[in-house]
Design a protein around this ligand. Structure first.
Ligand code: XMP
Length: 512
């Protein structure tokens, strides 16, 4: 297994994902992890991430220096390389100008085991993002490659198995970066690549059985990817000891409630209690048009209903949740005070305090793509596993202003047509998130011989990596024309469709 120490780079999670894609287990920890904890973790190799600081700045983050004496391979990326160079007696200086973007890496020494497969005819395109660079190579190290702006762009000491790169092998803009990280973890560090979906499931099943024993577990199933995969996994481990509570709040997508029941109760044989709570939610939301208060009402009522239902389940000892790795990684950015923004949305479900349940989180160590691949391996439908994210408050934040059943019904139909068309035209999987929004304004139209006076639907589709910034998706005119035509013809109550061309920021992805 590999240890990644985070110095606050926005790319650190990508390093971890690349390592996992090489089927090697890794963990990501803040740079100041205690040396005793590092030793206890017993890594086969260590990767030091990039970071926004300069190694010479006062208070610049540093690592427990003993880690260089562990005798395991260390790869420093960007800031990590500079830190390592400084430690071993090299020098780091500010580059003439900040470099950000594509560059061509040119081999200038003997490539050795790590760099061998990285170059094609002595070259490899790479992605750079740095202000400082190494000017004097530490004793014992050799320069392996350079770029026009960074004469020392890749270094190594093969004997001590220490490596440093100024470029970012973890980002997609470095096309052969995947090979580079794969070579580091498997060849240089000797990890065997056993972290496969089958093995992840096997380990998780064993752990769940061990922890839970013969006790009972409850889980709030929402139909989203994370809670669905958690349910399927726990069911595989302990069968009927698991009971799922599925609160249908009436704000789900078309036929979603029935699909959840078909997948879990009928196909997988999971015990699911479906609570049809549409009326309670609509009653609680009546007259309320403030977005934040709507969110609070929906979240609060969910907890209340979940609590009511689960307290009826005799001797439940565990509450299972679909928490995933990005939710639990402690951010180094927060420690250096140069944090990238941290997403603050919380997942559904508060722990009913008085029930004193123990928490079961079998996906805590997994990235979203791993959650998806084990979901498929567990037999969940492809469409469910690869579905775009859907917010906890559901259509409650996609109906602007006051929520009414009439609006929700109209929106569900329009949204279903939109999504169906995105699937059939092949756009769905290129888009990060797409949905329709109901606008409670009426406009005039004409249909046949008659005048219409009906509502507006807005279509949203965005591309994003992290949902913190997003660009609108350039859906071709002919697709827009077909979707708009179908919605206006097929959905009673809509006579106008508009396409949202705002990026985030300054707009957000959802309209409320
Ligand atoms: P925004 O609208 O903030 O959305 O750009 C970013 C991502 O978060 C989702 N989202 C939510 N998810 N509860 C959730 O579980 C919420 O209250 C919530 N609000 C927004 C949104 O769908 C997008 O993926």
């Amino acid at each position: 297994k590999i240890l990644i120490l985070d110095f606050g780079s926005q790319y650190t999670q990508l390093i971890a994902r690349r390592v996992r894609e090489a089927h090697v287990y890794c963990e990501l920890h803040p740079f100041d992890m205690e040396f005793s904890a590092i030793r206890a973790f017993a890594p086969s190799g260590i990767i030091l991430s990039g970071g926004p600081m300069s190694v010479y700045e006062p208070g610049a983050p540093a690592v427990a220096e003993e880690l260089f004496e562990l005798g395991v391979p260390v790869l420093g990326i960007c800031y990590g390389m500079q830190l390592m160079s400084l430690h071993f007696g090299g020098e780091v200086v500010p580059a003439g100008k900040r470099e950000f973007g594509h560059a061509e890496l040119v081999a200038c020494g003997h490539p050795g085991m790590l760099y061998d497969g990285f170059f094609a005819e002595g070259k490899s395109p790479v992605w750079m993002s740095h202000g400082d660079h190494v000017s004097v190579v530490p004793p014992g190290f050799e320069v392996v490659a350079q770029t026009a702006n960074a004469p020392v762009c890749a270094i190594q000491d093969e004997q001590r198995r220490l490596y440093g790169v100024q470029f970012h092998p973890e980002v997609n803009h470095t096309p052969r970066g995947e090979i580079f990280i794969d070579t580091f973890v498997r060849k240089v560090c000797g990890c065997s690549g056993q972290w496969t979906p089958g093995k992840i499931i096997e380990d998780a099943v064993a752990r769940i059985r061990h922890d839970v024993g013969t006790e009972r577990v409850i889980l709030g199933l929402s139909g989203g990817v994370d809670s669905s995969v958690a349910a399927a996994l726990i069911h595989r481990a302990i069968g009927d000891q698991l009971t799922c509570v599925f609160v249908d709040n009436g704000l789900l997508r078309l036929a979603e409630g029935d699909q959840v029941m078909a997948t879990f109760a009928e196909n997988l044989g999971v015990k699911v209690i479906r609570v049809n709570a549409e009326e309670r939610f609509l009653a609680a939301l009546a007259g309320e048009s403030d977005p934040e208060r709507k969110r609070k009402i929906i979240g609060g009522l969910f907890v209340e209903i979940f609590d009511e239902e689960s307290s009826r389940i005799q001797d439940a000892c565990w509450l299972a949740q679909g928490t995933i790795y990005p939710d639990v990684i402690e951010s180094a950015g927060a420690k250096t005070g140069k944090a990238h923004n941290i997403k603050s949305h919380h997942n559904v479900g508060g722990l009913p305090e008085h029930m004193k349940l123990k928490l079961l989180e079998p996906l805590r160590e997994l990235f979203k793509d791993e959650v998806r691949s084990i979901g498929e391996e567990l037999g969940l439908p492809h469409q469910m596993v690869w579905r775009h994210p859907f917010p906890g408050p559901g259509l409650g934040v996609r109906i602007l202003g006051e929520v009414k059943k009439e609006y929700a019904d109209i929106l569900r139909q329009a949204d279903a047509i939109y999504i169906e068309e995105l699937y059939s035209s092949g756009h769905y999987h290129k888009i990060s998130q797409a949905f329709a929004v109901f606008l409670p304004v009426k406009s005039v139209g004409v249909m046949g011989d008659g005048r219409t006076y009906e509502y507006v639907v807005a279509l949203r589709a965005v591309e994003t990596k992290d949902f913190m910034t997003a660009g609108w998706y350039p859906l071709p005119y002919e697709d827009l024309a077909r979707i708009s035509g179908r919605i206006i013809n097929e959905v009673k109550g809509i006579n106008r469709v508009v396409y949202d061309i705002s990026s985030k920021p300054p707009a957000t992805i959802e309209w409320e």
